[in-house]
Design a protein around this ligand. Structure first.
Ligand SMILES: Cc1ncc(COP(=O)(O)O)c(C=O)c1O
Length: 450
């Protein structure tokens, strides 16, 4: 029988923290291994001589720290160990990488399963550029469950959302060399546009995204016929576009016969419902997403659903760029989803983003944040000079933030700094980084949020 030693290591600590420490000691000692299910709360309560409520709080405490995870209807499981303690080195808030919430056992199981499946794909997968029907079916089911009803036949699988953006931009280039977008915008979209000789047209926004009037004016004045947008947790601004605004934007696009490239990559954090532009106007929208922000970028699996009449053109672009995404990667991503890793990761990510958003708002004393229920990044608006100075001074103090030039559009003066709050593995590291940023913001000679 497992023995929970509740001898206080710190007599000041509340009972649930002492119980959490006792459970953690057993995990460290190998009594419970990664993937093991902990005994039911009732059993732990009996053995530790505490109330069930104390066990629930102790498990929440461990779950908040990524040590265990609850799975609905199945119990509490021990997570694979990551590096055991917060680091004392540089805190990197510059890259939008979510923590990995797939434990080692599940990763290995997905790899094994995908290795077996990939061997059954005929002709090296060269006949099925867009991904095999079975891989596309897994992705279509995943999208239908989480976001938008899509058929496997309407999907192209590719190398991350980045390739999807590049393919969509290449396709719209045939009708428009200008692409309207929020400003600032995702650095990868800027790189893709530059590479293709396209110009990104900045459109003014408010706290809920591009304003319909500004978009209307931009499209009318320039003849631009394509819009790139990140409607959930815009990168880097962090806002979410609600249903009414989506309908208004779409109405403007339809009036100008402009297509929409809908980058839905952060939708795991969506709080304003599941309505997408794709659902509203399937024939007008290139919908794209990937597993990078909701599961893991290690798979590099991207998904695009172009307007149906653009499918053959998009497939030709894919053929010009590659003979499709690696079948091994597509099979691995599909296997992760089939094993339910997406569900586990999504719930853990939402919870973590919520906790970290609250932490950031508190430490930085922000009066409000665009997505209070949780977002992977936060934007601190400030002048370009202040943003550059803050970036430099933060780095001197060991905190790396996304510099303003990464997301800035040519000729735009509005600037700021992006903080990827999900990037540090440990919350304690984030706290350390945020405290340094807060200190620099307090020093008005460093930067002032506008
Ligand atoms: C808005 C947005 N779109 C697309 C991408 C590219 O994602 P992927 O890793 O799937 O290529 C990113 C990556 O940061 C992003 O932030």
């Amino acid at each position: 029988m497992v023995k929970f030693n509740l001898t206080p290591t710190d007599s000041e600590a509340p009972l649930h923290e002492r119980l959490a420490q006792a459970i953690n000691v057993l995990i460290d000692a190998g009594q419970f291994k990664a993937g093991d299910r902990l005994p039911p709360h009732r059993v732990i309560a009996q053995q530790a001589g505490v109330a069930i409520g104390t066990v629930t709080k102790a498990i929440d405490y461990l779950s908040d720290r990524g040590i265990v995870r609850g799975e609905v209807g199945r119990g509490t499981f021990v997570n694979a160990k990551r590096s055991s303690s917060p680091s004392t080195g540089e805190v990197d808030l510059s890259l939008s990488v979510p923590p990995l919430y797939v434990d080692e056992d599940m990763f290995v199981a997905a790899a094994e399963r995908s290795a077996r499946n990939v061997l059954k794909i005929p002709s090296g997968g060269l006949y099925d550029l867009k991904g095999t029907f079975s891989q596309r079916s897994v992705m279509a089911e995943w999208l239908t469950k989480t976001r938008v009803d899509i058929d496997a036949d309407d999907l192209v699988l590719c190398v991350g959302a980045q390739q999807a953006i590049h393919m969509a931009f290449s396709d719209v280039k045939k009708v428009s060399t200008l692409i309207a977008c929020e400003a600032p915008t995702f650095s990868g979209a800027i790189v893709a546009a530059n590479h293709l000789g396209l110009e990104l047209l900045p459109v003014d926004h408010d706290e809920e995204g591009m304003t319909p009037d500004a978009l209307d004016k931009a499209l009318a004045e320039t003849g631009c016929r394509a819009v790139y947008t990140v409607p959930v947790c815009q990168n880097p601004l962090g806002f979410e576009v609600g249903e009414t605004r989506r309908r208004q934007i779409l109405e403007v696009c339809l009036r100008h016969d402009a297509c929409i490239i809908e980058d839905d990559i952060y939708s795991v954090h969506a709080a304003k419902g599941r309505l997408t532009y794709k659902e509203l106007a399937p024939q007008q929208v290139y919908f794209l997403t990937s597993l990078s922000k909701c599961l893991t970028p290690l798979a590099r699996v991207g998904v695009m659903a172009p307007p149906r009449d653009r499918m053959s053109s998009v497939t030709k672009i894919l053929r010009a760029e590659a003979f499709g995404a690696p079948p091994t990667a597509l099979e691995f991503g599909s296997s992760l989803i089939e094993l339910g890793a997406d569900v586990i990761a999504a719930s853990a990510l939402r919870k973590e983003a919520h906790a970290r958003t609250e932490m950031a708002a508190k430490v930085l004393k922000l009066p409000s944040v665009p997505m209070p229920h949780g977002a992977p990044h936060l934007w601190l608006p400030m002048s370009a000079v202040d943003a550059e100075r803050l970036t430099r001074r933060a780095l001197e103090q060991g905190v790396r933030v996304t510099p303003p030039e990464a997301t800035a559009l040519k000729g735009r003066r509005a600037s700021g700094v992006r903080l990827c709050i999900l990037a540090p593995e440990h919350r304690d590291d984030l706290q350390r980084g945020l405290t340094i940023i807060a200190m620099l913001l307090n020093d008005t000679s460093a930067a002032t949020i506008v």
